[in-house]
Ligand binder design. Sequence first.
Ligand code: FES
Length: 532
Amino acid sequence: MPRLTLFVRSERHVIDYEPGQSLRDLLDATDFRVRSACHGLGACGLCRVRLLDGTVGAPTAAELLQIEATDRAAGVRLACQIHPTGDIAVALLDPAPPSEWRTPPPGLVAATLPVTNCDRSRPPGIVNPLGLAVDLGTSHLTLAFHELASGRRLGLRFGRNPQGHHGADVVTRLVAAGEPATARQLAGEVRMAIGTAIADAAQREGFDASRIGRVVIVGNTAMLALLANRNHQRLLQPSMWSAPLDCAPTDTAEWTSDWSIAPVAEVEVIPPLSGFVGSDLLAGLVASDLLAGPAPALFIDFGTNSEIALWTGTALWVTAAAGGPAFETGPGRCGMPAETGAVYRVVFDAAEQPIARILGNDEARGLCGSGLVDLVAGLRRQGVLTPVGRFADGRSAYEFVVGKHTLALDWRDVDALQRAKGAIGAGISVLCTQAGLALRTLRRVVAAGLFGRYLDVENARQIGLLPDVPAEHIELAGNSALTGAVALLLSESARAMLARARATASCVNLAKMANFDTAFLEHLYLRPMSSS
Ligand code: FES
């Protein structure tokens, strides 16, 4: 992987990067953004850097226009016009102020448009209206801005769900929302977050937020109910879980005003399927076209609440399993979300020493889900961890050095991963039993979620996180919920797919399944899933 050496004020940072995007877009996913106000078109002249080393091609027409000849001679370039492919060194001349919003890590969101035809009618009265798709997750929000006529993407934003300070899991937040004032606060915090993300994107990408004429929001049921501040207390009553839940906004005008978008904008919260299966799963099924591809097919959206779907070719079984914090925040000394500073890949060298790759920074702050899977699988291969998830030599933690920092994987991290994979594995087993299918017959497995494309499929299979089917049958989909929301924003055929999935799905409540507990215990072991 090529390296980007950055000089930011008096600091030097070295970041590995994937070629294929402009330096501006690449930096947008890191802690070191440049200023920008034109969606990288070369029109605002704000994204200046000085090229110190490396080859990036001749200045573009925009750079000839925006940069004085003397500055060009001194190496000044526009970050949005440079598409690096090899090792380069640059100095940021005018770094952007820090923001809580970033472009998502590469690979988290599909780069291509999920539909071929943007045929939804456009909201009247807005010239060249824009659309916004939102994936409202328990730990993070991801937003995509598009032109409704062409589908052209104007930007992405990714940041933490501010409700996290009330508790990492949905149950804690639902309990807190039993107090009406706290419920209003929880709803207001997410609405405010969406508003600041819109403002950040509009400013950096150079569009007028008042042109946003349609908003589509997907998410898990609890997050949608808390956003709308409606019906969330029903989710604390298991007897109500199977019924549909209304999460539509009661006062759309208040939301459009908060967000400074078109007052006439349509705001659509895609209804969840049930109390435990949200519209994020439905959007993921749309994005992956699960009901039209090879069958049998399994879809897993990994997260704090992991949602699972099994398509037999004629029937669709869906459920949700409590994933816990292992994949998104981590409970131990080193867990963290897939944000800048997260170790997202770990490989072991010939001396069995771990080598880490870090997202968007050279300062490691912790391990995100894919890094955790790599590390646990590697330690299991070395015999450092036993199949039951204990350290073979009785130690309490495995420490390893990444740059200037020492990270420690302790029993809580391993335990959380085991519990998450135990619940997900049991959910898959229960659905297979319902459908009368054996795992080995699966012709397609779609793994979605904050892992993006970083999950190492082989490591995931070795510890039993993914079914033990041929690697070519497994697809990494990243944030399929957002991709599906974009499709629903733009396309009528996507909406037809959504209607079909909704009409076909049968929800399975794992809490009521007699075989769940046995399957959960079976899937706690760090070993490949049984294929029967
Ligand atoms: S000129 Fe590069 S972002 Fe505007």
